[in-house]
Write a protein that binds this ligand. Sequence first.
Ligand code: NDP
Length: 274
Amino acid sequence: MTRPARLVLIGSPVAHSLSPTFQNAALESAGLPLRYEALDVAPEAFDRALDELAREGAAGNVTVPHKEPAYRRCTRHTVIAERVAAVNTFWTDAGALCGDNTDVGGFLHALRAVADDRAVARVALLGAGGSAAAVCAAAEELHAREVRIVARGADRARTLAGRFPRVARACESLDDALAGCDVVVNATPLGLRDDDALPAPIESIPRRALVVDLAYRPEETAWVRAARDAGRVAADGLSMLLEQGALSFERWFGFAPDRAAMRRAIRERVGRDR
Ligand code: NDP
């Protein structure tokens, strides 16, 4: 494995990203003389930017809106990136641009942390975009019984369900998706802004269901706060974010990062634990 010459996050926008904070803490703790930089790259400039980075021997992460284009640009993929058809982690190997998707492992980690030893057989999934695909792939790994997808674009929900026929089906209504679920996952951007509606009313969620929000903010999201206030077990996207980054680090360097240092860096930046 060749050490990356440069480490970057490519997305648009990226200024708000917490990834440089915890990746730089991990690099420092490992004594690696690299800085992780965030690059704001517009969609039309993405292919050229990624090719140039590959020529430089760079590695890094890819975020909204470039995960699917990155998948198309990589010539080698891990099995899980193939399954999700999106890449959030790239590196070069013998001149080949390689892609992985650590959102799946990040989500599994976050879910296991909140589920403890509860069974997660039925998943209600809100949204049908890139991170929803990662949740479907995670549900396959978990051998979940069913993922019920509800999205504002019914066609997109059907298309996603069609890619994961063993576990997923599209639902026409929120109530149908939520009925009897063990966990409800928000994979929409609802909750990122102060005036957003909640992804689903708390009272419509079965009492014993876990509430997992992929969105995160410095403070907990309004949905997670409302769920906790109603006595539910809930988690926001911070723990998934940290773990997907830790798994990316392992891909680039072949050893595990100092997760405690990464957590400390997040805590210092946002004023709370992941
Ligand atoms: P995508 O744009 O790929 O998909 C978003 C989905 O949400 C689509 O189904 C979209 O519908 C729907 N949607 C968008 N806006 C609204 C709205 N106002 N009301 C209802 N539905 C809406 O995004 P991602 O899947 O990449 O990301 C989704 C969320 O997950 C974001 O908050 C992101 O920050 C978070 N995320 C967190 C990660 C973590 O590590 N914690 C990792 C990855 C993502 P339509 O097709 O109609 O636009």
